[in-house]
Design a protein. Structure first.
Length: 254
């Protein structure tokens, strides 16, 4: 049984005081979550405050991005070593918003995964197809391409050190969620793709679902055999909503 991971992706939202209040709210309810693992991924500038507030709690910290390079003259970037120093356990890599708005290619994503792992953190590799790709029957080829790009560059062994998030682009922030069956089909496809190279690693890797997951649909999604958690955007910005999803993760883990 893979332990569910519920991770909040705050994206570029919040103020310092709002972020602190949200962390405190999550901490208040976190004691009710026993079996699911819980993580929050605030913007970089709130990591310091988040690390202090989360100290000693089971709630883990993650970042939303990382630089491909180790350090030096890369204005505006943040290095993996810095994230590790601020207590990050997870780093979201290759989110569709990064791929679409900032031109992140599979090659860049592969480098981000490698540098994250090299610094002792766990990447959350995001993959997903657009609505147009799905409607044109390209879902499997797009997902296979994104997964293979990492297996080819970093080796299948790297999948023992990362999490995957399947995030259909058409479901992100749209309120339009993949049905549990639609999501399960893709999760199963991803796991079989990895199993083609290493069945033991495929059986262990956690594959989270992301895309308008909320309290009302979390349990049905998380009950699917190959859905091992959630990467939560909008619904992670209110502590009660996020905690309700964490509790759904707990319920299915039980
Ligand atoms: P959403 O975002 O839950 O707001 O759809 C998910 C994500 O982009 O990680």
């Amino acid at each position: 049984m893979r332990q569910p991971l519920i991770a909040g992706n705050w994206k570029m939202n919040g103020t310092r005081s709002g972020a602190e209040a949200l962390i405190k709210g999550v901490l208040e309810g976190a004691s009710l979550v026993g079996r699911a693992e819980v993580a929050v991924c605030p913007p970089f500038v709130f990591l310091d405050a988040a690390e202090r507030l989360l100290a000693g709690s089971p709630v883990r910290l993650g970042a939303q991005n990382v630089c491909t390079e180790e350090g030096g003259a890369y204005t505006g970037e943040v290095a993996a070593a810095m994230l590790a120093e601020f207590g990050c356990r997870y780093v979201i890599c290759g989110h569709s918003e990064r791929r679409e708005y900032y031109g992140e290619t599979d090659e860049i994503v592969a480098k981000k995964l490698a540098v994250t792992i090299a610094h002792g953190m766990t990447p959350i590799l995001c993959v997903g197809e657009t609505l147009q790709q799905r409607e044109q029957g390209e879902m499997e080829s797009v997902i296979a391409g994104q997964v293979d790009a990492i297996m080819d560059r970093n080796g299948v062994a790297s999948f023992a050190q990362l999490e995957i998030a399947y995030e259909p682009v058409w479901a992100i922030g749209t309120g339009r969620t993949a049905t549990p069956e639609q999501a399960q089909e893709v999760h199963d496809f991803i796991r079989r793709r990895i199993a083609g190279q290493d069945p033991a690693i495929a059986a262990k890797v956690r594959i989270l679902y992301g895309g308008s997951m909320k309290a009302g649909n979390a349990r049905d999604l998380l009950s699917q055999a190959d859905i091992d958690g959630g990467l939560i955007g909008g619904a992670s910005l209110a502590a009660d909503d996020f905690l309700a999803i964490c509790q759904a993760g707990d319920a299915v883990a039980g």
